[in-house]
Design a protein around this ligand. Structure first.
Ligand code: SF4
Length: 214
């Protein structure tokens, strides 16, 4: 692991945000790794709240990969119609369920390579599933994570993979999952995308933030 100036700054950011938010629960309701995987796929371009309103009925009818792999697509589309991108997401979750049954014995795989071989599963989804379902390292880069790390001067990039690699080299593996949650919470609660806000008054990171210093 690198121990450069960025790593030191990231350690301060982690500690300050940890004091505020602690160990964060995954906001997507689920009871199994499979249900988490499905919920994360459904959450693309949709709020967690909306996904959580939709998945109870979906998981009541199709609680696992075996049942969802047999589902009628039109039934799935009807259940998830309020979350957007309905056709693509329905197809992806049913195809993913089929592949999990056929290739992985009905169990969600636990490596980045295997997870990203599933339909509709990219690195962001895999990085959300690995720590939250299996306690493995994974740093999911969403829009909040991207915005905060750019504003704080840690990265100058919108490329999620580049950002992920910068962080993976500098933050302890066991902290990666929670670090992503901490940044998302701070982005939602304080460092908003568009609203005007007063960094001096509202933000515990104002001493070390590049944007605030400007
Ligand atoms: S100091 Fe301001 S810009 Fe920097 S992270 Fe905090 S709220 Fe965002």
């Amino acid at each position: 692991m690198l121990n450069d100036a960025k790593a030191k700054k990231l350690a301060i950011i982690y500690d300050e945000l940890y004091k505020l938010y602690g160990d964060c629960e995954c906001p997507l309701t689920h009871e199994t790794p499979f249900q988490l995987l499905v919920a994360v796929i459904l959450s693309a371009q949709c709020t967690d709240k909306r996904v959580n309103m939709t998945t109870p009925e979906l998981f009541r009818r199709f609680p696992d990969a075996a049942s969802l792999s047999q589902a009628d697509l039109s039934e799935v589309e009807e259940i998830i119609k309020s979350i957007g991108l309905t056709k693509a997401k329905s197809k992806n979750i049913v195809e993913t369920a089929k592949m999990i049954v056929e290739k992985f014995n009905g169990e969600v795989p636990q490596t980045m390579e295997e997870l990203t071989s599933l339909p509709g599963v990219g690195r962001k989804t895999a990085n959300a599933v690995l720590p939250n379902a299996f306690g493995k390292p994974g740093f999911a880069v969403d829009t909040h994570v991207k915005r905060l790390l750019n504003r704080m001067g840690i990265v100058k990039s919108d490329d999620p993979l580049k950002i992920e690699l910068v962080i993976n080299k500098r933050v302890a593996p066991e902290k990666l999952g929670n670090f992503s949650h901490l940044l998302i919470w701070h982005g939602r609660n304080v460092c908003h995308a568009n609203k005007k806000f007063d960094c001096e008054k509202v933000c515990v990171l104002n001493e070390i933030c590049a944007k605030r210093k400007k």
